[in-house]
Design a protein around this ligand. Structure first.
Ligand code: SER
Length: 853
């Protein structure tokens, strides 16, 4: 019997290591391959070895456990996840690879040995399939397994291709019979759609490379690519009929059950499974630097999260919850994928914020959906689906998923139409040069000349020949007339084309044209120019990069120091999420869950300035990507790197993969200032900074501003002057307030004199008395106020009237059980008999009237 507790991942890698294979760590989920959205199979990182674009490694046989995502492109399982026992968006694929070394005989023998002797799956439960034309594989299998157990199928089942283009070949699959007693569907036969016979391992005999036009050319050497899903093999080993019942998934399902407070049952449990699957994809993609976005991979990530949130909603979870499940992913997978541990908090924060964004619109979106549903017979309106997408953030496949159990579908054609219209509108609004998606004569140029040489690391000037000219629509032309704009391709060019965040160079074609910008199109380095004189293909010209380049280099090198400082001071979870380097400023986006504090910013700034002061020479080395990573150079998840990369280091401060242009020694950077820290999106922060001449200008401007402030305040100590001003403002405000309240005081008149006697709750009685006296030519006013402790204050003011304030308050104070006195025009007193206030007020008024009578 199989060993239920076997660590399948470890056993697999050890088995193939014992057969001489090099164990390779999982490559990023975002592949170094523009033809793919995500790494969707174990062979993806090795594509260019299979096709012979790069030399085969030593040893030419490898094994890996590759994390994969199938949620877009040719292999897209998103729609099925949750509703079947096997589908996942994220899974781990075990594989062994031979690059022209062993072929079918050994691949089959290894697979059989592993399945029967390591996994110890009973032989009477195993079946295999081969391609209908592959007699060779059939014969090899016959040595291991009875021929009744070998099935032949056509291309649909037994031909594997990575994508529309790339390596491919016939394949042979191993099946496991989960037992007739457990399955009842009519489809439960070998080759049927039932679940009883389960494919556990696909051995691909890679022989061809398919090109975009569909032609197949043979690979340099027949090779092997095998793939075994860790999740399904683990389930079989544990005697489970669904991957989700295995110990790889039950912890997630249990956690979801806890969150929604309802026990999980297989039959009705699709939502639990969707969430359990999706949290793994989301966590891994975020950990590797993909962020939620409106398009591309970031949009797939958003779709996966939103689909999970909606399933949580179905389970009654009406507040953000997905972020809470990150702990389960880290507990389950963090010991093998150790980078998850560092990133845990950032990932949680990113998910929480994204959930909040969706929760803000989900209920209104669902209302719209339900209203439309009530009107739907068969096809759900494309307009409403688009509105759900555009206004409420419901991805199309989410709407489709909501219609699934009702057997309805969306009018996708109409949706696509509306989407295309919107894109066209957006494009019309977009103006500018260097549109990378532009269609132009690039292919022709590449075929004719190949990529042109960049010589700008060493020189900023050259004599170059004009290989080609393009008009502003990217069409080839033999010449550009005077005062025309277009693109120039030089045979060798010192102009750096925008990439890796560094802006494209400007400069001049001496005496002939101004260079505004330089961009890369499919590897071609082209500069955007405006001519002064006519320019023709074949002309040999002097070109010169603008002096700005040295400032750009300083800002670029400062960006590397900033990156190092961030990792040092905030932690190694900091990953670059975007960068922009110009001659006057730099901007660096990075993953970090919360705002960077003033104290941290100060430390970061100091770290960079110390490094600059200590100086360190730039060292560039060209090495293989693997050597670069092993040497500790910072590489970005998802960044496309060639097999050989340029590694730039500054002493022991910074080491990064980079193709940009830099200073020779970091002490050229001068000073470095952080000018702003802000948030970009969920869990992504931005630092804007400046160095060198910009830093000097920045400091100069600050000084100027300070001088102006001093002049304006008429003080060399502006802070003291400001404190004084603030005090003045405070007391003025108080006075204005009191003056305003004194305007509301009631008074009676005796002759020309206005008499006011009142108990006021708020305000300063002295100021109010002054206010009253200012308002009237002849006035007699007495105000009484009781504080919280029951202490009574009273004051009287007299102006142009025959009342002596001192006498007046004294009389009233006695009624209040206190004492006081003062001058004729102003006097104050205290008291304590609060119960006597009414009497005191009456007496005060009578007193005044008598005196004036
Ligand atoms: N590339 C094949 C697959 O994905 C075997 O690894 O099935």
């Amino acid at each position: 019997m199989q060993n239920k507790n076997l660590d399948v991942r470890k056993a697999y890698l050890e088995f193939f290591a014992s057969k001489g294979h090099e164990v390779i760590a999982s490559a990023p989920l975002v592949p170094n391959d523009a033809t793919l959205l995500f790494t969707n199979a174990g062979m993806v990182p090795f594509k260019s070895i299979f096709t012979g674009e790069v030399p085969r490694p030593t040893p030419p046989i490898r094994t890996s456990c590759q994390t994969c995502i199938r949620a877009g492109g040719k292999h897209n399982d998103l729609d099925n996840v949750g509703y079947t026992a096997r589908h996942h968006t994220f899974f781990e694929m075990l594989g062994n690879f031979s690059f022209g070394e062993y072929f079918k005989t050994d691949a089959i023998a290894y697979a059989w040995e592993f399945v029967t002797e390591i996994l110890k799956l009973p032989k009477d439960r195993l079946y295999v399939t081969v391609h209908e034309n592959d007699d060779e594989a059939f014969k090899i299998w016959e040595k291991h397994i009875a021929k009744e157990r070998i099935y032949r199928f056509g291309d649909k089942d037994n031909f594997w291709a990575m994508g529309d283009t790339g390596p491919c070949g016939p394949c042979s699959e191993i099946f496991y019979d989960q037992g007739a007693e457990n399955f009842t569907s009519d489809e439960d036969y070998m080759g049927g759609d039932g679940d009883r016979f389960l494919e556990i391992w696909n051995l691909v005999f890679m022989q061809y490379e398919r090109s975009a036009d569909g032609t197949m050319s043979p690979l340099p050497k027949p090779s092997i690519d095998t793939g075994m899903g860790l999740e399904r093999v683990s389930a079989i080993m544990q005697g489970k009929f669904s991957n989700y019942d295995s110990d790889l998934f039950m912890p997630y399902i249990d956690a979801v059950a806890k969150l929604c407070g309802k026990a999980y049952e297989y039959e009705s449990g699709a939502s639990y499974r969707v969430i359990s699957d999706h949290i793994r994809s989301v966590t891994f993609l975020l950990a590797q630097g993909t962020t939620f976005d409106k398009e591309g991979r970031g949009y797939v990530l958003r779709r996966i999260l939103r689909r999970a949130v909606r399933h949580g909603y179905l389970l009654g979870i009406k507040e953000p919850f997905m972020h809470k499940l990150v702990d389960v992913v880290v507990a389950q997978m963090g010991s093998h994928y150790t980078y998850l541990n560092d990133k845990k908090e950032t990932i949680k924060e990113q998910i929480r914020l994204e959930e909040e964004r969706f929760f803000a619109t989900i209920s209104s979106g669902l209302e719209l959906f339900n209203a439309e549903l009530a009107n739907t017979k068969e096809i759900f309106s494309g307009e409403v689906a688009f509105k759900l997408y555009d206004t409420y953030g419901f991805p199309l496949d989410l709407t489709a998923d909501m219609l699934r159990d009702k057997n309805l579908r969306v009018d996708e054609a109409r949706f696509d139409e509306l989407m295309a219209e919107q894109k066209a509108r957006a494009k019309a609004a977009w103006k500018g040069s260097g549109d990378k998606s532009a269609k132009g004569d690039f292919k022709e140029l590449l075929e004719e000349y190949g990529e042109n040489e960049f010589i700008g690391y060493e020189s900023l000037e050259s004599k170059s020949k004009i290989l080609a000219l393009l008009d502003s629509e990217y069409k080839r032309t033999q010449s550009l007339k005077a005062n025309e704009r277009g693109w120039v391709m030089l045979d060798k060019t010192p102009f750096y084309a925008e990439s890796g965040g560094q802006c494209g160079d400007s400069g001049e074609i001496v005496g002939v044209a101004h260079v505004f910008d330089t961009q890369k199109f499919h590897g071609l380095n082209l500069s955007f120019i405006e001519t002064d004189k006519e320019l023709k293909v074949g002309d040999v010209v002097s070109v010169k990069v603008s002096n700005e380049r040295s400032e750009i280099a300083r800002h670029h090198s400062a960006t590397h120091l900033l990156h190092a400082a961030l990792r040092k001071i905030l932690g190694s979870h900091v990953t670059q999420a975007g960068s922009s380097v110009e001659a006057t400023k730099l901007r660096f986006d990075f993953s970090h869950p919360k705002a960077v504090s003033a104290e941290e910013l100060d430390k970061i700034e100091s770290f960079v300035n110390n490094a600059i002061a200590n100086g360190a020479a730039a060292k560039t080395e060209i090495m293989s990507i693997d050597d670069a990573k092993n040497s500790g150079a910072i590489a970005l998840f998802g960044e496309k790197y060639d097999e050989n990369v340029r590694v730039l280091s500054f002493g022991d401060v910074s080491k990064e993969l980079c193709g940009g242009t830099h200073v020779k020694n970091i002490n050229e950077i001068g000073s470095f200032f952080i000018v702003k820290e802000s948030g970009v999106s969920a869990g992504v922060r931005r630092i804007e900074a400046i160095c060198s001449a910009s830093a000097l200008n920045f400091a100069k401007n600050l000084r100027l501003e300070l001088d102006e402030i001093k002049t304006e305040l008429k003080s060399v100590e502006p802070l003291t002057a400001i404190a004084k001003l603030k005090d003045e403002i405070r007391s003025l405000k108080e006075r204005v307030k009191n003056a305003a309240s004194s305007q509301n005081l009631d008074f009676t008149s005796v002759g020309a004199t206005k008499i006011c006697v009142a108990n006021t709750k708020n305000g300063d009685i002295k100021t109010m008395i002054d206010g009253f006296k200012n308002q009237h030519e002849s006035a007699a006013i007495m105000l009484i106020q009781v504080d919280e402790g029951g202490k009574i204050s009273l004051a009287a003011g007299v102006k142009n009237a025959s009342i002596k304030a001192g006498e007046w308050v004294k009389m009233v104070a006695q009624i209040l059980g206190g004492n006081g006195g003062g001058k004729d025009d102003f006097a104050t007193a205290g008291g304590k008999n609060v119960a006597e206030i009414e009497n005191a007020l009456k007496a005060a008024l009578e007193f005044a009237k008598e005196k004036l009578a």
